[in-house]
Design a protein around this ligand. Sequence first.
Ligand SMILES: Cc1cc2nc3c(=O)[nH]c(=O)nc-3n(C[C@H](O)[C@H](O)[C@H](O)COP(=O)(O)OP(=O)(O)OC[C@H]3O[C@@H](n4cnc5c(N)ncnc54)[C@H](O)[C@@H]3O)c2cc1C
Ligand code: HEM
Length: 402
Amino acid sequence: MTNKQKELVKATVPVLREHGVLLTTHFYKRMFTHNPELKNVFNMGNQQNSKQQTALAMAVLAYAEHIENPAVLMPVVDGIGQKHISLDIRPEHYAIVGGHLIASISEVLGDAATPELLEAWTVAYNQLAAIMSGHESKLYAKQVEKKGGWTGWRPFVVKEKVKESAEITSFYLYPTHGGEVPDFTPGQFLSVRLFLPELNLLQPRQYSISSAPNGEYYRISVKREAGTHLLADGMISNRLHNFVNEGDIIEVSAPAGGFVLNADSDRPVVFISGGVGQTPLMSMLESLVESGSKRPKTWIHGCRDNNVHAFKEMIEYWESKNADVKKHIFYSEVTGEESADWYNGWVDLNQLGDEIFAHETEYYICGPAGFIELHYRELLSKGIDKQLIHFEEFGPQTLQLN
Ligand SMILES: Cc1cc2nc3c(=O)[nH]c(=O)nc-3n(C[C@H](O)[C@H](O)[C@H](O)COP(=O)(O)OP(=O)(O)OC[C@H]3O[C@@H](n4cnc5c(N)ncnc54)[C@H](O)[C@@H]3O)c2cc1C
Ligand code: HEM
């Protein structure tokens, strides 16, 4: 890439900042018109709420800003790559996306998109695509190296379906051909793919593995996303709850994701979850308890009330059997007397005493974006090092906190 081309790409940053989502919205519309088969690959629910458009716009913007030294983007490339490999994105897809992206820049910018600018962006895109698909090839290679490992979609049978609360149900997934499932690092997710007759499409969704690695099965725990008078019910979660039963077969991709327990550390660990955000943290806590780890483990969880409180008994059991496990539960929709078992209101770390904010502790947060942001900022304000605060959103990563 020439210096002039780098300058041209960098000069696009302010325009992208202003019109980034417009550009990527145009891009997706264009791509799905010309390549409708890709509707089976993307989460069409995310297309409606513009989160995916924003995530792509932010990634393109970050790249344009760091065009001189794309190596600084490797953590971002890895995060996106983890999502891509769980969706079976392959190098050949990059040419399709690139063609539509460059055409969209031309169509959105109109006369401002000179041939030089489009050429510069084509070179830049190809450079980024090579970095990303190169990194993803390495991630795929690592997956098949594992015992029982695979890439792409693989059939799994639902051997058990267990109701955990009024809204959350667990699915125990075993490979249809038998045999082992590869280990994963607690905190990782997998993708599940189902055919949706109402859309006439296959649709993937990510679910964190909620059990510790066991070599035999993966457990996922899915919240039924109810609609409102304005919004439709969540498509895949409702299909899993209402139509996928014990004995049914679904397609599953291999575990991936970078929000993982640092098992090498012996620091105290605090898990902070809102609602179904507890699933990756359940896997982390279970693996620590099972390994006999003596790290102090604090479980802080918030949900509406007892009815929607999943894994309550499991956490109580672990607390009763392990002196180093301590739980704090918050119910936001319960009024009246607090009990020894729960607090009234939203999760509030300040109610738990100063020892919650110890500087050597590691924190794992999972829940809605606002929940993560609130607790992240609270921890920072108490002087916690941001390297020790890990978090994950259950959707395209929109928070820019680190
Ligand atoms: C890494 C990761 C891990 C995850 N782990 C879990 C987990 O362990 N457990 C879990 O339950 N979920 C998890 N999720 C979330 C999960 O992937 C799905 O997003 C969730 O199940 C909703 O999918 P759905 O198909 O049911 O809803 P969608 O059909 O995708 O809809 C999503 C939401 O948007 C609303 N909606 C519908 N139509 C519109 C519209 N027109 N405009 C705006 N909004 C609309 C729906 O009401 C619904 O609430 C995870 C996500 C990620 C990225
Ligand atoms: C340089 C090119 C690309 C960039 C910068 C890019 C960027 C991104 C980003 C930022 C996300 C969101 C990650 C997250 O969840 O936080 C994402 C997700 C995704 N990407 Fe890419 N991507 C590129 C190429 C591709 C290609 C070639 C495909 C295949 C057709 C693809 C398919 C997807 C899908 C299906 C998702 C999940 C989206 C969803 O949930 O709807 N991407 N990508």
